[in-house]
Design a protein around this ligand. Structure first.
Ligand code: PEP
Ligand code: MN
Length: 363
């Protein structure tokens, strides 16, 4: 497990968290020096980030300063006694960064989605077993690609592995740049309980006004830390200008986040009491659903005797509308009710079908 970062002013609050911050792209030594001067007295970072090679969707965008930027970041390490971390997207980047003295690197979302690229990095890492490697989720919501990347890096002999959740690229308009789909990082946490899971609210949110919400959610889900982009003049940034914040704004955001306790005994007791209520309610719900299905089976028998089709379009439409209205009045969302009603309807059809066609299709 990686050692946790320690804050100075915000030390107490974030003492168990790993905080990585820095610009999206390393733009100059002066830019990073300014950021380090502003951040380090307040926030004792675990590492200072900076993108040296930027994966851009279209060519002819700014693709990072490459090797000179590695040098600036190494100078920041020396001048501020803070370790640097940068993204490597292929074997050449990995070699250059590690030879330049980096002891921490991360693998970006586009690279995690590409097993060949991950393997080529893993092959280089075999000669650098003490390096810390953070692995971002793949851009598409396929947990197996994330798991596969972890396995490739681990198989290269790397022990210090961290995970970074940066959301998933999904077509359509959403409030976030990359959808969080929190269930995926949570599943990774249970598959790899020893690897810290950080959240990158910058790439999830895509704009600075949404950062606080995402940070809070990550802390409430017991993430182990945050990787956040910061820039002295965000609107002038060479990449990701909308989602970067000034160091002052970053410090404010960190102050505003509420870190909730994981568990004192009294809290656990209250929680246990509420959890057992939930257990009871779920048991009641399921037995009510069973009762509903018993009636559905009776209807099945009736329909069989009278030669009526299972699916009655108007009846289903009426159920859908009336239940959605009741649910809405009860404060339940349409996003919940739609798949719930569809599942209930399908199960009713299955149960009726089992009566009407006992030897037929079971699905
Ligand atoms: C970045 O951290 O600047 C970056 C390119 O991230 P991602 O791989 O999450 O897109
Ligand atoms: Mn970025």
């Amino acid at each position: 497990m990686l050692q946790n970062g320690i804050f100075k002013v915000l030390k107490k609050k974030f003492e168990d968290k790993i905080i990585i911050a820095g610009p999206c792209s390393a733009e100059s030594y002066e830019q990073m020096n300014e950021l380090a001067n502003a951040l380090l007295p307040n926030v004792n970072l675990y590492a200072f980030r900076g993108g040296v090679w930027k994966p851009r969707t279209r060519p002819n965008s700014f693709e990072g300063y490459g090797e000179p930027a590695l040098k600036w970041m190494q100078n920041i390490e020396k001048d501020h006694a803070i370790q640097s971390i940068t993204e490597v997207a292929n074997a050449i980047h990995a070699k250059l960064a590690l030879q330049a003295g980096f002891t921490k690197i991360w693998i970006g979302a586009r690279t995690t989605a590409n097993p060949f690229a991950v393997q080529s990095i893993a092959d280089v890492l075999e000669d650098f077993p003490s390096v810390e490697v953070f692995i971002k989720n793949p851009i598409n919501p396929d947990i197996n690609l994330w798991v596969g990347a972890v396995e490739r890096i681990r198989n290269a002999g790397i022990e210090k592995i961290g995970l970074i959740h940066r959301g998933f690229s999904v077509v359509g308009n959403h409030i976030y740049r990359n959808l969080p789909m929190w269930e995926i990082p949570l599943e990774m946490m249970s598959l790899f309980p020893d690897y810290p899971m950080l959240c990158d609210p910058s790439h999830i949110a895509g704009e600075r006004d949404l950062l606080g919400k995402v940070m809070q959610k990550a802390m409430d889900l017991a993430f182990d830390g945050l990787m956040i982009e910061t820039h002295p003049t965000p609107n002038e940034a060479m990449s990701d200008p909308k989602q970067q914040v000034t160091p002052d704004a970053l410090i404010k955001l960190l102050e505003q986040v509420v870190i909730r306790n994981e568990a004192s005994d009294a809290l656990v007791e209250n929680l246990e009491e509420m959890r057992s209520r939930i257990d009871g309610i779920d048991a009641d719900l399921l037995s009510l659903i069973r009762k509903r299905m018993d009636v559905a089976q009776k209807i099945g028998q009736y329909k069989k005797q009278n030669q009526i089709t299972i699916y009655q379009k108007e009846r289903w439409e009426e159920i859908r509308l009336s239940r959605t209205k009741i649910a809405k009045d009860l404060g339940l969302s349409e996003a919940f009710m739609k798949p719930y009603l569809d599942a209930l309807h399908l199960e009713s059809i299955r149960q009726q079908n089992s009566v009407m066609n006992p030897n037929g299709e079971k699905k």
